[in-house]
Design a protein around this ligand. Sequence first.
Ligand code: ADP
Ligand code: MG
Length: 146
Amino acid sequence: MTSRIYRTASEAETIALGERLALQLPSRGVVLLIGNLGAGKTTLAKGIVHGLGAAPIEEVSSPTFTLIHEFGNGRVYHIDLYRLDELRELATLGLDEIFDRDAVVLIEWGERFPEILPAARTEIRIRAANGDEREIEVIRIPERTT
Ligand code: ADP
Ligand code: MG
């Protein structure tokens, strides 16, 4: 398991970091965006989606109500599970099928449903520090081999 910590001091810096991270992420697979409300998950997603060349920054908004946004003809998904209360509701979203695609799948609040997540994934943990400062940890978790 490899991990790296980055620090940003503004919304613009977090978008720029997302653009750079996009180039380092695995070309497909789940990326959990983990952090409190207002931490900067959606902001980082804007940078990642743009960095992957899938959409302009201004087209990336919070999928809080629509739950799933698709970009670049299915190359990138941005999902927010905040409003889902039960595993049963998840079944209707067809996430398994999305996880099987050749796509980068960004998920906010995905850690609420660990049982549906692939073992191999990237976790990005965002912590608010002083004022506009954010500590952003990128953790690569490989497939379990036991
Ligand atoms: P989340 O999706 O985690 O709920 P958002 O990305 O929607 O959070 O919102 C983050 C908020 O924090 C925005 O209002 C943004 O302007 C503000 N902000 C302040 N500093 C930063 C920073 N360093 N990185 C990201 N967002 C920041
Ligand atoms: Mg959000």
